[in-house]
Structure formats: C-alpha cells, structure tokens
Design a binder for this molecule. Structure first.
Ligand code: PSV
Ligand code: MN
Length: 394
C-alpha cells in the first residue's frame, strides 16, 4: 500500500481547533509587546482563524473564552454567525472563573458558598452559550488552589469541586462533553485543586459519563512521561482532548514541537497504538492552546498546525505489526528503531501532496506570507487601535 493511501484519509480526519486567544496580544507578568496585526476583538480573532483554516484546510473550529470573547449581553448566535462568515465554527466553550476579584480565594472551591454558586452560574451560562452555538465541548480549567501549607482544607476543596462538576454535568445537553484540564502549579503555588491527570480523571468520573480529561502538553513537570499518561487515559476511556503547545521550563505556551517534537510524536504514537489495539479511537478534541507573545500570531498558528500534521503523519507510518513482532522477540533495539525510523521519515512531500489533492497551498506559511493578509490587518488594526492594541485578552 502506498504511504499516501494510508496517510491521506487519516489527514482528512485530523482536525485541529484554534484558540481565539492565540490571535490577540498577550504577554507575561512582565508586560506585553503589542503587534500591529494582533486581533482586538472576536470578529478579528475569527477572521484570523479563518485565514489559518483557509490555508491549512484542517482548522474548522475556534475555541472561545467566554469573558474574553463575549461582551456582556452578547448574543451568542451573532458570534456563531460571525464565525460562519469567516469560514469557521465555534468550538469548545471555555468559562472563565479565574480573573474576577471575587475569585481571590478560589471559584468552585471557594469556602464561601455564594462565590461557589456564582462560579457555577457562570459555567452554566457557558453551557447555554454552547447550546446556542452548537458547541460539543465545555472545556474547564480552574486556577483554584492554595499558596501556603495550612491555608485551607484540601479535602473540603476536593468535595466542593466534585459537587460543582456534578451539577454542571447534569445541566449539559446529551451531545456535550465536559473536558477537565489539570495543571500542577500557577497561579496556585502550593496545592492546585486539579493538579494532575489522576485528579482530573477522578473529577471527570465523579462528574458523569460525558466528562473526560484534557491534557495540556505544557502542564507537566519537567520530564513527566506525557505519552504514558495519554496511553493510560485512552485505555481507561478517559481521554477527551489536548491543548497543544510546547515548553522548555513551565507553561511556556510556545509553538508545538518547537522544543521537543519527538515527545509529540510519541504522544501520537500512543494514540495510533490504541487504535491498533482497540480497532478504533474515541473522539479526541485536538486543540491548540498557545499564546506566546513574540511570533506573529497567524504564522505561529500555521507553524503549529503544520508541525502537528507532520508529527501525526510520522506516527501513522509506524509499522505496528513489525513493532509487535520485534517486541515479542524482546528486540528492543529494533523496536526503538521502528519508532525512530518513522519519526525520522521526511513527510513534508507527502503532506504537500495531500494539500494539493485538496486544492490547498502546498506551503501554507509561504502562501500566508504572499497573501498580504498580515500587512493589511496590521495597517487596519494599527489605525483602529493605535500602538497599544485592541485588547481582547486579559
Ligand atoms: C491555563 O494555563 C490554560 O492552559 C487554560 O487552558 C486556559 O483556558 C488557557 O491556559 C488560557 O490561555
Ligand atoms: Mn490549556
């Protein structure tokens, strides 16, 4: 079988969701560097995402962050219509229960019942937005946690989180999946309430059958074996999706594979290995969550999508039958070489052929650079917002 016969249908089905916030000016706690072409409102974010989808053919949906993207009293169907005008649709809905002053001591794990209630209400409103825009995913990340030993009762917080997630799950339509994201630290520095995949998986199980774990590749300690976590979650039917980005030190939000492409390949290898073992894969929401502030936003997004496609294609080329045979012989050198051989295969030509077969530009980044989109957006947005951007993200 030709490699293209194997790869093309898999690439057809491999969709990657873009984050609205990845197109806006962002920064670190030390400051923001503004880009003239950064998006300043939801319409511009969706337009930019539309440009990435137009060039890659693989990013039909855009994740939104409710407080960053929806003005007060914003009509959600208008946003859905806006997305449609830009050739995309609204994807995962991300409630935001971390930036308002009332959440200083936590949101769903705040000891004050009224605050827990307010946080749940906001998440329930987000479910409603999801229903209106036809979203399949409610994506939850909580900044909740404590900064000092003794600050709070860890188990009381565990119970409050479980109660909240159960209540939200009960309000979700049948076709909506709850994604529970974990992160070891930041902004909580001593004990984050949902700190790792074990805790996320516990909460997802307690919440209900349509709750799964979201793996953000930047949310692990140095040298954590993320692919092993992914393999376990798949085997337990608890993997819901990914937030793709790369990191060198912490949650750096760099473009995918910029630091360690082999790690992302190994994650895809475990996913394809699950397909090989189980005969099928559950739905997996592949989403980007990067908002680093130096690369031009659209270029950074195209780079990430292209990298994800390359690494996924490489993992699909692993000869799984040969691998199983060499594993059975305890031939670890050959087994590793099978993986590395696939990883070292240059799939750029195949990817270009796949794109041409879809009437897409063979090189989406070059096509974007030639399109003049960036220059036009920069001129228009600079005129509109001045040198300090339009905001749109905290
Ligand atoms: C938190 O670090 C996180 O990964 C969550 O997914 C948030 O929604 C996102 O970043 C905001 O950039
Ligand atoms: Mn994330």
């Amino acid at each position: 079988m030709a490699q293209s016969d194997i790869l093309f249908p898999l690439l057809d089905a491999f969709k990657i969701e873009l984050p609205s916030w990845g197109f806006a000016d962002t920064g670190t706690r030390f400051g923001k560097f503004f880009q003239d072409a950064a998006a300043g409102n939801i319409d511009e974010k969706l337009a930019d995402a539309g440009q990435v989808h137009k060039l890659t053919g693989s990013c039909p949906t855009v994740a939104v962050h409710v407080l960053w993207d929806f003005k007060k009293e914003q009509n959600a169907s208008e946003v859905a219509a806006m997305a449609k005008r830009h050739g995309v649709a609204i994807g995962a809905i991300n409630p935001n229960v971390f930036q308002d002053q009332e959440y200083k001591w936590g949101s769903i794990t705040n000891r004050a019942e009224a605050i827990r209630h307010a946080a749940i209400e906001h998440i329930l409103d987000s479910v409603k937005i999801g229903r209106t825009v036809g979203s399949q995913y409610l994506s939850l990340w909580f900044a909740d946690g404590i900064n000092y030993p003794g600050q709070s009762d860890i188990i009381a917080r565990k119970h409050w989180a479980a109660e909240a997630l159960k209540q939200v799950h009960g309000a979700m339509p049948q076709d909506m999946t709850m994604l529970v994201e974990y992160k070891p630290f930041e902004p909580a520095f001593y004990a984050t309430d949902i700190a790792d995949w074990g805790m996320a998986s516990h909460f997802a199980r307690v919440a209900g059958p349509r709750a799964k774990v979201l793996v953000d590749t930047g949310h692990h300690y140095q040298s954590t074996n993320i692919e092993q976590i992914v393999a376990w979650l798949l085997d337990e039917n608890m993997l819901g999706g990914f937030h793709f980005n790369d990191r060198k030190y912490a949650d750096d939000d760099l473009t995918l594979g910029s630091i360690d492409p082999y790690q992302i390949f190994r994650i895809f290898h475990e996913i394809e290995n699950h397909r090989f073992r189980a005969g099928q894969l559950p739905p997996i929401a592949y989403m980007v969550d990067q908002s680093h502030n130096l690369k031009p936003k659209i270029e950074a997004m195209i780079q990430t999508v292209d990298m994800a496609q390359q690494l996924y294609a490489k993992a699909c080329l692993v000869d799984r039958k040969a691998l199983a045979e060499s594993q059975a012989r305890e031939d670890l050198v050959q087994s590793e070489n099978i993986l590395r051989g696939a990883f070292l295969t240059d799939v750029r030509g195949l990817l270009a052929d796949w794109r041409k077969s879809k009437n897409l530009p063979a090189d989406p980044l070059a096509a974007h650079r030639q399109s003049g989109y960036e220059k036009k957006a920069a001129a228009e947005r600079r005129k509109k917002y001045g040198s300090k951007g339009g905001g749109g993200y905290a």
